[in-house]
Design a protein around this ligand. Structure first.
Ligand code: PEP
Ligand code: MG
Length: 558
């Protein structure tokens, strides 16, 4: 049987389904049961003993996390608060546990103490586990996952992701999540093939996951297995061959340097990107710090993460994109609700300029982090030069404020923009007056130029970055950047596409940012090409391309 989902992380995964069922408790207020306080303390005892068992079975960081959960779960003040609430309000444990844990998580978040702030997420994990055990359900358990598992879940939560042992998992399948979801980003950062939008997989099903096409084969035939094993083997062989490029500069044969950056989104990506071959971070998608929670991260909480990334990369650039919410990224607590045309609505810079508190909090956090490394600010969804001017004016006000307060920051911090609307692409020459650098967001640019919703399956056949309209605009933007002597990068998914690498480099693009797993392959293309020759070929043909077929033939011939 074949199922069709959306491939969000390339690769072939062959293995056996390991289905994780997460219990969602009813936390509404109800009358207490006869022995409600006893029910609560039995749940605490039972969770403590499960965590103890699990901590004893693992080592290192995993054990430390579990041990810290045990300590948090035994906090006498918090336990007393929950017990008091159950007794005084005669309410159910679920309601009291949720409220008290959320209150403490909020206090931790607002505390200004880096360590405590990181603990807020742990508190929420413990809360969910407590609610699960209290209702007689099993905790999701990845420790007994056998080697060769395809992890299958409704949604990949951060806590679940943190428990993944990359040696045991060969693929990921979820029901919820699009190409820019948490799950997709985690999967790409772990280099695991992943497909989303899939339902109905049973624990123990034998599976093939094709992260490229989004296809899942359930119970494959011997012939199918052989075919995909050969494909997977070929990928492994190619990857091994690319290892020789590790540590080499991304330089063309005629000496033009193209920086190869990593895209990151979660705190856990920082370390992985640092250990990869990346020359820096070309896109830090900060909206992930705002997801899966009930309130915005405070300035200090954001500062802690931005500082960590700045320190990790030292002199290498870390381009932090300001909050890009809206569009497909709904966040109810920020007042972002469903819109008639979300991609044409209140998103990115539009939301931030209208929500000064949220924007200023983030910009202050980024400015403070700039004292610790080569941090740059990047503004998403720019369509009008006035948006850059307004954002820069706010940055200047905040710089003055920080100076008055004696807080360190980089006076010369660069403020660049994403080129992802047709207006920005057409006006690049003008925008270069205000922007210190460009980074082309090919995911959005493609959807806006072609008027094709990037998430709508019905028109997916029309969505192609190879459309000459998109390639011509990229060429034009890169030319303007060269003319105005500012760096121009690519940070959409196309940045990782080796078929486009020569084209980008030949256009004069100076940096390519992608998931770290693609860096070596893209670098191998850079190191084998000649910039000047490619540039001439592009100039000769770019205006002759009529359709996607033409573009593909042209790109293959570069
Ligand atoms: C893009 O649009 O290409 C981009 C990099 O931003 P996002 O995918 O986060 O919208
Ligand atoms: Mg975008």
């Amino acid at each position: 049987m074949r199922l069709k989902g959306i491939g969000v992380s390339a690769g072939i995964g062959i293995g056996v389904a390991y289905v994780v069922k997460e219990y969602v408790a009813d936390i509404s207020k109800k009358d207490a049961e006869a022995d409600e306080a006893g029910r609560f303390s039995r749940a605490v005892e039972s969770l403590t003993s499960i965590l103890n068992e699990r901590a004893a079975a693992v080592t290192g960081e995993q054990a430390e996390i579990l041990e810290s959960h045990i300590i948090l779960l035994s906090d006498p003040v918090m336990l007393a608060d929950i017990g008091d609430m159950i007794t005084n309000e005669r309410c159910n444990s679920e309601y009291a546990v949720n409220l008290v844990f959320e209150n403490y998580a909020e206090v931790f978040t607002q505390s200004g103490d880096e360590l405590l702030m990181m603990r807020a997420g742990d508190l929420r994990d413990i809360k969910n586990n407590l609610l699960t055990v209290m209702n007689g359900h099993d905790l999701p358990d990845l420790s007994s996952m056998p080697k060769g598992s395809i992890l299958t879940a409704g949604e990949l939560t951060t806590s679940l992701a943190a428990g993944i042992d990359e040696k045991l998992v060969t693929g990921l399948i979820t029901n919820i999540g699009g190409p820019t979801s948490h799950m997709a980003i985690i999967a790409r950062s772990m280099d695991l093939p992943a497909v989303t939008g899939i339902n109905g997989i049973k624990h123990g099903d034998r599976l093939i996951v094709n992260g490229e096409t989004g296809e899942i084969i359930v119970d494959p035939t011997e012939a199918e297995l052989a075919e995909y094993e050969a494909l997977a083997e070929e990928r492994r062989r190619q990857k091994k061959a690319l290892e020789k490029y590790r540590g080499m500069p991304g330089k063309t044969l005629d000496g033009r340097q193209i920086e190869l950056f990593a895209n990151i989104g979660l705190e856990m990506d920082i370390q992985k990107a640092k250990e990869s071959d990346a020359d820096g971070v070309g896109l830090f998608r900060t909206e992930f710090l705002f997801m899966n929670r009930n309130s915005a991260p405070s300035e200090d909480e954001q500062f802690a993460v931005y500082k960590k990334s700045a320190l990790a990369f030292g002199k290498r650039a870390v381009i932090i994109r300001t909050l890009d919410v809206g569009g497909d990224k709904e966040i109810p607590y920020l007042g972002l609700e469903k819109e008639e045309n979300p991609f044409l609505g209140w998103r990115g810079i539009r939301y931030c300029l209208d929500s000064k508190d949220v924007f200023a909090t983030q910009l202050r956090a980024i400015l403070r982090a700039s004292a610790f490394g080569a941090v740059k600010i990047m503004l998403p969804m720019i369509a009008d030069i006035r948006e850059i001017r307004r954002a820069k004016s706010l940055v200047n006000d905040l710089k003055n404020e920080l100076s008055e307060q004696g807080v360190a920051f980089d006076e010369n911090i660069a403020v660049g923009i994403m080129i992802e609307t047709p207006a920005a692409a057409v006006m690049a020459g003008i925008l270069a007056r205000e922007a210190d650098f460009f980074s082309i967001g090919t995911n959005d640019l493609t959807q806006y130029v072609l008027a094709v919703d990037r998430g709508n399956q019905k028109v997916a056949g029309l969505y192609s970055v190879y459309n000459p309209a998109v390639l011509r605009l990229i060429y034009g933007v890169a030319n303007e950047a060269l003319l105005h002597n500012i760096p121009c990068g690519i940070c959409g998914e196309a940045g990782a596409d080796p078929l486009l690498t020569k084209f980008f480099a030949g256009c004069g693009i100076s940096e390519l940012s992608m998931s770290r797993a693609s860096i070596l392959e893209v670098k191998s293309v850079i190191c084998r090409m000649k910039y000047a020759d490619t540039k001439a070929k592009i100039a000769e043909s770019i205006n002759q391309l009529a359709d996607v077929e033409d573009s593909l033939a042209f790109l293959r011939g570069l």
